[in-house]
Write a protein that binds this ligand. Sequence first.
Ligand code: ATP
Ligand code: MG
Length: 159
Amino acid sequence: MIQKTLVLLKPDAVERALVGRIIERFENAGLKIIGIKMVWVDKEFSKKHYAAHVSKAFYNPLETFIVSGPVIAFVLEGIEAVELVRKIVGPTEPKSAAPGTIRGDFAHHSYKYADSKGIAIKNLIHASGTVEEAEQEVRLWFTSEEMHSYETVHEKHTK
Ligand code: ATP
Ligand code: MG
């Protein structure tokens, strides 16, 4: 039941200096950061990360967006972490994301606007969608040496 999940703060979150405020939300929920780094991905790596989307109409704008600046990549660990992180992040479209979610609180981009401009939806953050996706993505982004094992106060209190 303890899961690892991959989170990326996309170039818009880094450029808008939202890194601290976003990471704080996961720490507040008791999730544990077990690995973290800044990476400027290239087009080749984007195709690996977004392999499921490469043939979709929005892939080219998505690739342009994700390679446009550095991202902060981290692995969170916790109880049923994959679903919990997606709940904290909110749905893909910031316009539809409820207040209280990261995408709802810090962005307002819509599908309609993004499609009219031929750009990716600027939604600040990526989070693994399923347990299988999380396992693949953690393996793609982090080596075992880049992840660490330690005990947080939250773990002591959830035993
Ligand atoms: P992520 O995988 O980044 O966490 P998600 O799982 O909510 O987001 P996906 O369907 O996996 O959404 O799409 C990946 C990303 O592609 C989205 O986060 C968004 O930036 C972009 N995107 C998805 N659909 C569209 C669209 N119709 N128009 C523009 N951009 C889109
Ligand atoms: Mg996704």
